[in-house]
Write a protein that binds this ligand. Structure first.
Ligand code: IPM
Ligand code: MG
Length: 367
């Protein structure tokens, strides 16, 4: 099978983790007999430095021509005072829009071998396996009008939370379909006691739910969901929520399972899938070869599954991550005080090596 992928390393630790993810993808292509066609382009601060804009046309074109995009991270404090359109983050938000990627899937799974990384007690965290389905193209991130206006000292800022029934319905359908393939539990998170957007959200999600009678739907306010996520994380299966709530809850879920660096994401719904680790550019540790590449590598697994429907290949990557963690390999963020930390490159090489050894043992026909 031909795999046409655009890689966008971006900023901070983005290039370091992306190159490990790409090594693993190359190993998968070789081991399972696929033809990988790679293109690399700039986004975010890296694109601002080179072209003066965070999402150059050449980057958009390359992404649209490919089937999937692997992104590292965007964000560079050097551009913090830029106007909004000239911030690195604007490049990513526009890319999500250009690709029509309205459904952001963020799995947060607890790995027993990382029991000491989670701040939660073993009996609370054991068995946690959550899929956050975050709406990615609506809400406060994109709503108009938006502005900061007025004279200094008397300025006013405006953002608009806006959702249409269509936008709610399409993300709800994806979440229900995913819940059908899991434990058939869907929790929709909103703030319907205060916000109109959330009232419409709850109404539409409930209506869509009638088409999925095998899925048990429940609703929770976001404040209560944030608390329950820490107190009883195993209670969650699929969590459906709007853009901003999903941004916040997914970082929290990273903390709950013990490592934001481990979280992967898939942004789908459009013609081209966008895959990126949930962590950001972490400028404070950039260039030191200490970042955790597992979020990026697990994003490759999501790409194999969601864009290419290569399930065996996705399982192989995930098995590589589990086996590497069981083997005691830890980057600094997940290493205990007594444990030796390995570098980004060493961690990536472990997974690549696993794939190299294991690929032959998978039954290609069954893939
Ligand atoms: C994320 C990030 C982005 C977001 C930023 C970098 C724009 O925090 O993917 O969670 O807020 O969506
Ligand atoms: Mg975020």
């Amino acid at each position: 099978m031909q795999l046409r992928v655009t890689s966008l390393p971006g900023d901070g630790i983005g290039p370091e983790v992306t190159s490990q993810a790409i090594c693993v993808l190359e190993e998968i292509a070789t081991g399972f007999g696929h033809d990988l066609e790679l293109d690399e382009k700039e986004i975010g601060g890296a694109a601002l430095e080179k072209f003066g804009k965070p999402l150059p046309d050449a980057t958009i074109q390359a992404c649209i021509r490919s089937q999937a995009v692997m992104l590292g991270a965007v964000g560079n404090p050097a551009f913090d005072n830029n106007p909004r359109e000239l911030r690195p983050e604007s490049g990513l938000l526009r890319l999500r829009q250009e690709l029509g990627a309205f459904a952001n899937l963020r799995p947060a799974v607890f790995y027993p071998s990382l029991a000491t990384s989670s701040p939660l007690r073993d009996e609370v965290i054991k068995g946690t396996d959550i899929l956050i389905v975050r709406e990615l193209l609506g809400g406060l991130y994109f709503g108009e009008p938006r502005s900061i206006e007025g004279t200094s000292g008397r300025r006013e800022a405006v953002n608009t939370m806006r959702y249409s029934e269509m936008e709610i319905e399409r993300i709800a359908r994806i979440a229900f379909q995913l819940a059908q393939k899991r434990r058939k539990k869907l929790l929709s998170v909103d703030k319907a006691n205060v916000l109109e957007c959330s009232r419409l959200w709850r109404e539409v999600v409930t209506r869509v739910g009638r088409d999925f009678s095998d899925v048990q739907l429940s609703h929770m306010y976001v404040d209560s969901a944030a608390m329950t996520l820490v107190l009883r994380p195993t209670q969650f299966d699929v969590v459906l929520t709007e853009n901003m709530f999903g941004d916040i809850l997914s970082d929290q879920a990273g903390g709950v399972v013990g490592a934001l660096g481990l979280l992967a994401s898939a942004s789908i719904g459009g013609p081209v899938g966008l895959y990126e680790p949930v962590h950001g550019s972490a400028p404070d540790i950039a260039g030191q070869n200490i970042a955790n590449p597992l979020g990026a590598i697990l994003s490759v697994a999501l790409m194999l599954r969601h864009t290419f429907h290569l399930h065996k290949e996705a399982e192989c990557v995930e098995a590589g991550v589990i086996s590497t963690l069981m083997g005691g390999f830890r980057t600094r963020d997940i290493a205990g005080p007594e444990e030796r930390a390995v570098s980004t490159v060493e961690m990536g090489a472990q997974i690549a090596e696993f794939v190299r050894m294991a690929a032959g043992t998978y039954d290609r026909e069954a893939s």
